[in-house]
Design a protein. Structure first.
Length: 361
């Protein structure tokens, strides 16, 4: 298959669905996807409706905006209020509510908050505004972390001393280990294709060897996802747990070593707080000491308001697979994409946003 539409054709999709029904043999299985793009695709293409009732798909912490805790949002809000500061951020971060405000709200009050599509655009803003401090809000997984690292190296090369980072990047495998020890029984993981394009498939091997949970790195089209589910079903039926790559047209076992090495030359692992999950050792990334002069949190001290969570929001449980959007009293009522209460409704990759858009019926 060479073109996207080939991965969406009806006949291959239904053949895969029929094979899953045949192979699952009535066994109960729970698979978790840990990628927001998978979450959206599963809802958009009605993948759940194509599966046996004994197979349950649950969403994990695959949306980087969703797992970012309020403390980071509050920090970004406080930095936006500093004189001569320009905040640069991806669009998904704008509406995420912090303890009492959001970046969108700060912009409406006159703060200079700009939506960018890449770190290179943020660097361009820094180059054009030498009298301002440009702060990029670095949120994401291993997919976007190399771009942050590349921007730091380029800023150093161009002597842009006014470019700063709020580094809130997170690493997926440590979070998956925490989930594997949690309350939810997970029989297999649909692993993120974008993240795996950088880190490869080997970082998931411990999940199969230590916890007996199979992993399949999947693409994002209907045929990709159904084939990945079939591969997990076959592992369970054959009583084996291993790491496989369905998304072979993009992902290699070793990943993208060049991107990974750039990332690790600038950033290093640190303990990190995940919304709803808590502190996970070595699950985040921070700037290495030699780049600390570009760390906005260290170099631009601000007073941050007392932490306050949104009352009644269950995003934390949804991110652990312990609840679904329909379990929330706010879903589709007081919480909508236009007026979100929690980040799972804000992000274009959030579970609540996916259910709201495609599965409210």
């Amino acid at each position: 298959m060479k073109y996207i539409d080939e991965f969406r054709k009806e006949n291959p999709v239904h053949r895969l669905s029929e094979e899953i029904h045949k192979r699952c043999q009535g066994k109960k299985m729970t698979f978790m996807e840990v990628c927001g793009t998978h979450t959206m695709s599963i809802a958009r293409y009605g993948i759940r409706e194509l599966l046996p009732k004994t197979i349950e798909l649950i969403s994990g912490p695959g949306c980087p905006v969703c797992v970012t805790p309020n403390r980071i949002i509050d920090t970004a809000v406080s930095l936006a209020r500093v004189k001569d500061v320009i905040i640069a951020t991806f669009g998904d971060m704008m509406k995420v509510p912090g303890s009492s405000s959001s970046l969108e709200n700060e912009r409406s009050q006159g703060r200079d908050v700009r939506v960018v599509t890449s770190t290179m655009e943020a660097l361009s803003i820094a180059s054009r505004n030498p009298d301002k401090k440009i702060i990029f809000i670095g949120v994401g997984f291993e997919t976007t972390a190399p771009t942050i690292a590349a921007s730091v190296l380029e800023a150093r090369e161009k002597n842009l001393s006014n470019y700063y980072i709020v580094c809130a990047h997170k690493l997926i495998p440590p979070a998956m280990e925490t989930l594997s020890r949690g309350e939810v029984n997970i029989d297999g993981y649909i692993c993120p294709g974008h993240v795996s394009a950088v880190i490869g498939s080997e970082p998931y091997r411990f999940l199969a060897e230590k916890y007996g949970i199979g992993c399949v790195v999947s693409g994002f089209e209907p045929s990709d996802i159904l084939q990945s589910i079939l591969m997990l079903v076959n592992q369970i039926v054959n009583e084996e747990a291993k790491v496989e790559i369905q998304y072979k047209r993009v992902v290699k076992p070793e990943g993208n070593r060049a991107a990974y090495e750039i990332m690790m030359s600038v950033l290093e692992p640190c303990d990190s707080d995940w919304r709803g999950i808590g502190m996970i050792p070595d699950s985040g990334l921070k700037l290495r000491d030699e780049f600390s002069d570009m760390d906005a949190v260290e170099q631009i001290p601000v007073d941050i308001e007392p932490l306050r969570e949104q009352k009644g929001c269950i995003c934390g449980k949804i991110l652990q697979g312990m609840a679904k959007p329909f379990d929330c009293v706010h879903f589709g009522k007081s919480c909508t994409p236009e007026n979100p209460i929690g980040p799972c409704m804000v992000s274009s990759e959030g579970t609540c946003a996916a259910y709201y858009k495609y599965q409210r019926r």
